[in-house]
Design a protein around this ligand. Structure first.
Ligand code: GSH
Length: 214
């Protein structure tokens, strides 16, 4: 399998698919296309018909879009979703909510693992997104927390989908208390999260569109 991703410092969508692959233990070749270069569109289009990454290539299968990649992986690795119908429905609902929502958080507090930006990007809309995410995490931990340290106990697609928020909370110093804070700490300590973070810290490229002004 081959996963095409973008800069680890900035590419929140790439992180989701990459973590799902790490979570199932599937070896894969990582192809990194740098954002904001003159040839970026052509480089991405050489792999991904949408012109966006991540894109998974598995023999004759090409899958673009993070959630589609996770669903495709889950056909081979069903452990990516929780065990019961009700829990899978819950997990899918919060993944879809992340995939199509939280636009204020995403635009006002872009993922930027290398930078500490405490307190930046806070507006009523991004604060509302943060409050909803904390409520989602608290609800999951209350219902499934006894089974393990992640949203549905064991690491699942839901954790992969919320992982970029964890790096945002780290950079922008969003510090939820209680169960949500403990979940955030668990995620930031996850070996694959640390591996991705080390990759981001080793990068030097700057993408101005994803940088908040000094
Ligand atoms: N909904 C898509 C979003 C993918 C996306 O927007 N990817 C960005 C990088 S994080 C991209 O490919 N940008 C191309 C560019 O800026 O040229 C997904 O879930 O994969």
């Amino acid at each position: 399998m081959k996963l095409v991703i973008a800069n680890k410092n900035y590419s929140s969508w790439s992180l989701r698919a990459w973590l799902a692959l790490r979570a199932v233990g599937q070896p894969f070749e990582e192809v990194r296309v740098l954002l904001d270069q003159p040839d970026t569109p052509a480089q991405i289009l050489a792999h991904s018909p949408s012109g966006r990454v991540p894109c998974l290539i598995d023999e004759d299968l090409t899958v673009w879009d993070s959630l589609a990649i996770i669903e495709t992986l889950a056909e081979r690795f069903p452990q990516l979703w929780p065990e019961t119908v009700a829990e899978r429905a819950h997990a899918r609902a919060i993944c879809a909510e992340m995939h199509s929502g939280f636009t204020a958080l995403r635009s006002q507090m872009p993922m930027n693992i290398r930078r500490a930006l405490p307190g930046r990007g806070r507006t009523p809309a991004s604060e509302a997104d943060i409050a909803r995410i904390v409520a989602i995490w608290e609800d999951c931990r209350r219902r499934y927390g006894a089974r393990g340290p992640y949203l549905f106990g064991a690491f699942s697609a839901a954790d992969a989908m919320y992982a970029p928020v964890c790096f945002r909370f780290m950079s922008y110093a969003v510090t939820p208390s209680g169960a949500a804070g403990a979940y955030l700490a668990n995620m930031l300590a996850h070996p694959a999260m640390r591996e991705w973070q080390a990759g981001a810290l080793a990068e030097t490229e700057i993408v101005p569109a994803d940088e908040l002004p000094e």
